[in-house]
Ligand binder design. Structure first.
Ligand code: B12
Length: 218
């Protein structure tokens, strides 16, 4: 069968292939297929993340929510996706644009354990030329303040996946801003999927617009 010609079609085909391989518990071939898409030029890294890996995680979440998957199966998929992302890091470093001079610190706030989306975002910022420091899940406020000062961050990016964390984020973000004059604080993630009342547009940027890294390369 000839390879699909558009980015969307190639992404869809890879999503189906990864889903099949993961359901067959074939971790090695799933990771190899994702790598082949990037190294073979079928998809860019931002396209792989946004058009394949994020939808794959949402599919897993939907199946778990519907009682069609067990928790361990969602954990299995998460582990495969995390390995794909971490093992592509050398490609990210090699493909990163000229340094923009902007430094960004990414963290999930206290008690927020969803950090995989933020980890993907870290790579997209690095590809765009930012100096990136990814701190991972569940960071207490004081630790983010300390890191942002030490690393001379221009921007702190926070992610929230649940409504509960979004409510607590307002206070967290305000405290960060007070402690870090001159440093921007951006928030986002699934908790903001249905709008961001109480937050300004500059606080919740549109990443595709900001980075412009998903343009189709047919
Ligand atoms: C994997 C997963 C987990 C893993 C997380 C692993 C990890 N280290 O990340 C574990 C097992 C830890 C977990 C735990 C829980 N989870 Co969970 N989880 C998921 C699942 C299946 C996938 C999450 C994921 O990786 N998504 C894909 C990632 C790659 O994308 P993303 O996070 O959306 O990020 C992208 C964008 O949003 C954006 N983005 C992200 N951050 C930012 C920041 C800025 C500034 C911007 C601009 C953009 C941006 O860029 C990213 C890349 O493109 C989702 C299902 C779903 N629909 O997503 C449920 C889900 C998020 N979990 C949910 C729940 C309820 C929980 C638990 C409370 C379950 C429980 N009862 O214990 C706990 C909470 C633990 C905690 N205290 O945080 C719910 C949240 C419901 C809600 N709206 O409140 C979901 C939606 C499942 C569901 N359908 O109910 N979970």
């Amino acid at each position: 069968m000839p390879a699909p010609t558009s980015v969307a079609a190639r992404a869809e085909a890879l999503l189906l292939e990864l889903d099949r391989l993961i359901r067959e518990r074939d971790r090695a071939h799933a990771i190899a297929a994702a790598h082949a898409a990037v190294t073979g030029g079928s998809l860019t890294i931002p396209q792989l993340y946004a058009l394949v890996l994020v939808p794959l995680m949402r599919l897993t979440g939907a199946r778990w929510h519907a009682g069609e998957e067990e928790v361990w199966e969602e954990h299995f998929t998460t582990a495969v996706v995390r390995t794909i992302v971490e093992s592509l890091y050398a490609e990210v470093a090699a493909r990163a644009a000229e340094p923009s001079g902007r430094t960004i610190v990414l963290a999930a706030p206290a008690e927020e354990y969803h950090d995989l989306g933020l980890r993907m975002l870290a790579d997209r910022f690095q590809l765009a030329g930012y100096t990136v420091h990814f701190l991972g899940a569940a960071l207490p406020l004081d630790e983010v303040v300390s890191a942002a000062r030490e690393l001379a961050a221009d921007v702190v990016v926070l992610s929230a996946s649940t409504h509960f964390h979004r409510l607590r984020l307002r206070e967290y973000a305000d405290s960060l801003r007070a402690a870090l004059p001159g440093c921007e604080v951006w928030v986002g993630g699934p908790a903001f999927a249905h709008g961001h009342s109480d937050w300004s547009d500059t606080e919740v940027p549109d990443i595709a617009e900001l980075l412009g890294d998903l343009e189709a390369e047919e």
